[in-house]
Design a protein around this ligand. Structure first.
Ligand code: ZN
Length: 458
């Protein structure tokens, strides 16, 4: 029988060795050391399961980390050993081979949750800026043919559950139960293993794009330009004109390039929080509802339509967002390229000072997205211009769209109600069967025996 012997985690310890490795793999020689709930890869863990199920990937596969290390030195920064400053990522996540090679050699499946690499960007807007002279090539940050040099870091979430609960002013047990129930009971260990403090949630992570020398970000006299951007695939990639996402992102990149060219560092943090973390399905439902409502798509009713459908106007909850800035060792942002009050307050509230807030220049705002931008300014977004009055909001009207079938609303409502009933019944059944289960599912000795027999290991 294989015992359970999790390697202790001392979150906030001074060194990686004292902190301990985050272990979540169910690999046969690793299983008993597991100290975290969930799986690697964020939402992609499901694809890994598919690959195993379909016979395309051996569940015994172990990564070969030859030559995968970061090309630049990141940290350690003092923030890494402050257990309150970082609770949603593993600050040592890119230094696995360096710190835990002894475990890797014993065939323990420790994996990185952060990876750092170098890249060149080529974007139409930057070519345009070079042509019109607003960006000047320097052959360091930008070449004459428009290649922009960056260093980028991909970060997967690692949550210290009690720390996350604290950020949201709730208790760890309430958070664990909500995570367990509202994922359809996907992670029983959330409620059966309070000794496991870490959770690798099945959500999108983030990417940091760094313009300039990444090794001076944490130096107090380095001037920093920062934009924190939440994914909007429709605008960022496909150029939809209903919002200001891509224009603001490009403007941020241009400002980052300029900061790097003057000896500072520019940073874009790109979060996978599509549609204010409500997802694209909800987002498109809101678009339709906005365009079809009586009086048209106005700034005055912008947030109301989202609340009607999603129940909240925003689920990005910026409470955990500053963690990545602390990971980078940032203590001051000189130019913050964002109008969001939620982002500003979260960053300043976490102890990083912001010297200047930079709003999006008018000439970069698409006409149809005036609805969004005016609604946000009225709601508290930063703007160097005067706040719109209620009459301005009523008068900010976007394009409308015609309903094809007169009874489309009723049909959608009926289908949604049926769907929700289905979820409710399944959830009840699941909860009942779990509470009736004789032993915590993850500890069930029968389960372990089965596993060992299947893998032929005693
Ligand atoms: Zn957008």
């Amino acid at each position: 029988m294989m015992g359970v012997d999790p390697i202790p985690i001392n979150w906030g310890a001074k060194t990686a060795a004292e902190r301990g490795p985050v272990i979540v793999s169910r690999h046969i020689k690793t299983m008993k050391y597991r100290n975290a709930i969930g799986a690697h890869g964020g939402s992609y863990c499901i694809y890994r399961a598919l690959a195993v199920a379909s016979g395309n990937l051996s569940e015994m596969h172990r990564p070969d980390f030859t030559n995968t290390q970061a090309p630049y030195k990141f940290g350690p920064n003092p923030q890494w050993s402050d257990p309150k400053k970082i609770v949603s990522l593993d600050p040592w996540g890119h230094l696995i081979v360096e710190n835990f090679n002894n475990l890797l050699e014993q065939d323990v499946d420790v994996r990185p949750t952060i990876a750092v690499t170098k890249a060149h960007l080529k974007m139409a807007e930057i070519d345009e800026a070079l042509k019109n002279g607003s960006i000047v090539p320097d052959d360091k940050v930008v070449s004459a043919d428009g290649n922009v040099s960056v260093v980028k870091a991909a970060v997967e979430p690692v949550w210290l559950l009690k720390g996350v609960a604290e950020r949201f002013n709730t208790s760890e047990s309430v958070l664990r139960r909500a995570l367990f129930e509202d994922t359809g009971g996907m992670y029983p260990e959330l409620i059966t293993r309070p000794d496991m403090e870490l959770f690798l949630p099945p959500i999108g992570g983030l990417t940091v794009y760094i313009f300039g020398n990444p090794e001076i970000i944490n130096k107090p006299d380095t001037k920093l330009t920062v934009r924190v951007h939440d994914e909007c695939n429709g605008s960022d990639v496909f150029g939809s004109d209903i919002c200001t996402c891509r224009p603001y992102l490009i403007y941020g990149i241009e400002e980052c390039i300029k900061q790097a060219q003057s000896g500072g560092v520019g940073i874009i943090v790109y979060f996978r929080k599509e549609g204010r973390a409500l997802g694209e399905v909800t987002k498109y439902l809101v678009y339709n509802a906005r365009k079809r409502q009586e009086g048209g798509d106005t700034a005055l009713t912008y947030f109301k339509r989202t609340e009607c459908i999603a129940g909240v106007k925003d689920m990005r909850f910026q409470a955990m967002m500053p963690d990545v800035l602390h990971w980078l060792g940032i203590t001051r942002i000189d130019r913050f390229i964002s109008m969001s009050n939620m982002k500003y307050e979260a960053i300043v509230g976490s102890g990083i000072s912001i010297i200047n807030r930079v709003d999006l220049p008018d000439n970069l705002i698409p006409e149809d997205s005036m609805v969004e931008i005016n609604a946000k300014i009225a709601d508290g977004y930063f703007s160097s211009k005067s706040k719109p009055e209620e009459s301005d909001l009523e008068n900010t009207v976007g394009r409308s769209c015609q309903l094809r079938a007169g009874n489309a609303y009723q049909i959608i409502e009926l289908a949604t109600a049926k769907f929700l009933d289905g979820i409710r019944a399944t959830r009840l059944l699941m909860l009942e069967s779990i509470s009736e289960s004789p032993a915590p599912l993850n500890r069930c000795p029968v389960g372990m025996e089965l596993l060992e027999r299947r893998r032929g290991v005693g």
